[in-house]
Design a protein around this ligand. Structure first.
Ligand code: GLV
Ligand code: GLV
Length: 320
């Protein structure tokens, strides 16, 4: 009997075909709507392999029902939506897609940084609403990016790729990370700083850390108070690394200048979210790795992880 794979979101035919060569495959049929909880719970009881993504919560109760499951392959680098410990306890492999999305996500991080600094969303709105009056000397003036100081929190693969871009803009690069990165210091002239120094002196603070218990609300009211009044916060990692209500207050009261956010504590964010009422917020719908080429490669890798595990191998990008 062929192993059974469940895919939690509609995938292109070539991805399904890759799996169907050696597996029975069933798939949630919609591309834009997440799988229903009922269907996911039902499928996980039967599946040998699960092809999932950042919008699926895979918790311990669900894993306790998963009698046949050998692998959970998520089409993402972040895996905070999966109970890794419970999977490990049950001998279920978990695979993710690092590396392939590093440069694409760093591109988006920089795009967001530049958009927030130079007030692109406000400019776009003004022109589309036909509100562009005469040229004015201080109209839509923003912040310089070149020669400013960037503070990268979490110098992993993506943090380093952001630092490389910052270096091209002649930025002064600071970082904070669990461990110092002498290579990055040497190649990019980045300097290690403790959180206090980074927060108090950087013009741009970029959050590039995974979401864990330790990084929950890492950027809270206290951290925001330490930041410069002209500082810009950029978050392309996970929403809950930032305390959103504290951020709202800080942006509203002018404690910091602006924010560029690709991720939120609850996604989708909903049009009535307070952050969206602020003109100094540049918001994007979690599209960090969303280039055509990268998403295709992520889907292929995810399928390949499943095939590896079902052949009895260790997956090539193993979380646990
Ligand atoms: C997306 O957020 C990812 O973790 O790949
Ligand atoms: C995150 O885990 C990264 O790739 O930086």
């Amino acid at each position: 009997d062929k192993p059974y794979v469940f895919i939690t979101r509609r995938m292109p035919e070539d991805i399904v075909a890759r799996l169907e060569a050696s597996c029975r495959v069933s798939m949630w049929e919609y591309e834009e709507t997440p799988v229903s909880q009922d269907r996911l719970e039902e499928e996980i009881k039967q599946a040998d392999a699960l092809f999932c993504n950042v919008s699926d919560q895979i918790d311990v109760d669900m894993l306790n029902q998963a009698q046949y499951l050998k692998v959970i392959a998520t089409m993402a680098v972040g895996y905070n939506n999966i109970d890794i410990q419970a999977a490990a306890d049950k001998g279920i492999q978990v695979a993710h897609t690092p590396d392939v999305l590093t440069e694409t996500t760093a591109d988006l991080t920089f795009a967001l940084l530049m958009a927030a600094a130079r007030r692109l969303p406000e400019g776009i709105d003004i022109i589309k609403n036909n509100e562009w009056g005469a040229w004015a000397p201080f109209f839509l003036t923003g912040l310089d990016i070149h020669h400013a100081r960037i503070g990268i929190i979490g110098m992993g693969r993506i943090g380093e790729a952001v630092a490389r871009r910052a270096s091209g803009f002649n930025m002064d690069i600071m970082y904070n990370s669990r461990s110092p990165k002498p290579d990055v210091e040497k190649s990019l002239g980045a300097s290690y700083a403790d959180m206090d120094e980074l927060l108090t002196t950087c013009d741009f603070v970029c959050v590039q850390t995974p979401y864990t218990k330790e990084t929950h609300h890492l950027i809270d009211e206290g951290a925001l108070q330490k930041m410069k009044e002209d500082a810009v916060l950029i978050n392309t990692s996970r929403g809950a690394v930032v305390d959103e209500m504290a951020l709202y207050e800080a942006l509203k009261s002018g404690e910091i200048r602006a924010a560029g956010l690709d991720v939120f504590e609850k996604e989708p964010i909903g049009a009535d979210h307070p952050l969206l009422t602020l003109s100094n917020v540049t918001a994007l719908p979690h599209i960090g790795s969303a280039s055509e080429e990268t998403r295709q490669k992520m889907a292929e890798m995810t399928a390949d992880h499943i095939l590896e595990a079902l052949r009895g191998e260790t997956v090539s990008n193993q979380v646990v």
